[in-house]
Design a protein around this ligand. Structure first.
Ligand SMILES: [Mg+2]
Length: 258
């Protein structure tokens, strides 16, 4: 049996709306004995809240099976003084990080969400403050660097655009904690104790999910849900091992493989 790393947003749900058949597919994969890990760039829920939301959609999972970027940040930035431009919901997962308003060692940028809260977290004042701190020597970290994500209202600008703007203005390069960072994929492989060659990454993002996983020698399945765009696949030089209509098709597809 394989190990399977599943992206969450755009694979299991879009804007909290379950993708038809996704929960049944995940449960089937588990039943037949695959080892699962949910590897998300979600930056707007605490891990406990996201796990609960997925269970409410019928996906069987334990909180510990869900790998999230705020918890990766807590590990990477433990004990450090951090100015965090992140959604309030994830603060509970930043345990051990000293959140400060001035003289930080690190500026941490989180993802946007669909609420008006995004307006205040990423206000000009806050972005300019982040720039000033980086200019004064603070390191720049980001939970992810996604330029946009798919919502039920269509594509929305994500915080990767602000991260790129800060990199441009301050002449620095951000340390990205989520996909496609090597550390994030390695943590997932380690958690399921898997060989990359025997591991599948399933995602809707040709860059963050598919290219990132291929760089580690994993097999990849791109799904045509969430942020999937045919032209992005054509433009990209990345070739997934499979392109499936939806994660709902994955169990049968894997069972039929020679
Ligand atoms: Mg996704």
């Amino acid at each position: 049996m394989a190990a399977i790393l599943l992206d969450v947003d755009g694979v299991l749900h879009v804007s909290g709306e379950p993708i038809p058949g996704a929960a049944a597919a995940v449960n089937r994969l588990r039943e037949v004995g695959h080892r699962l890990r949910f590897v998300t760039n979600d930056t707007t829920h605490s891990r406990a809240a996201l796990a609960e939301e997925l269970r409410a959609m019928g996906v069987q999972l334990d909180d510990e099976e869900l790998q999230t970027t705020p918890r990766a940040a807590a590990k990477a930035l433990a004990g450090r003084r951090v100015l965090a431009l992140t959604m309030p919901a994830i603060v509970e997962d930043l345990e051990g990080v000293e959140l400060v308003g001035d003289s930080p060692e690190v500026v941490l940028i989180g993802g946007a969400d669909e609420t008006p809260e995004t307006n205040s977290v990423f206000s000009y004042m806050n972005i300019a403050r982040a720039f000033a701190e980086i200019d004064a020597g603070a390191e720049l970290y980001s939970l992810h660097k996604n330029p946009w994500w798919q919502t039920s209202r269509g594509p929305l600008l994500d915080s990767g655009a602000f991260v790129a703007g800060l990199e441009y203005a301050a002449g620095v390069e951000a340390t990205v904690l989520g996909k496609p960072s090597p550390a994030y994929f390695l943590a997932a492989l380690e958690a399921v104790d898997a060989d990359p060659e025997l591991t599948w990454m399933v995602g809707d993002d040709i860059e963050a999910d598919i290219r990132g996983a291929q760089a580690h020698g994993m097999k990849t399945a791109l799904v045509r849900t969430g942020k999937f765009r045919p032209d992005a696949v054509e433009r990209s030089r990345v070739m997934p091992d499979a392109i499936l209509s939806s994660v709902a098709d994955l169990p049968e597809w894997l069972e039929r493989r020679p």
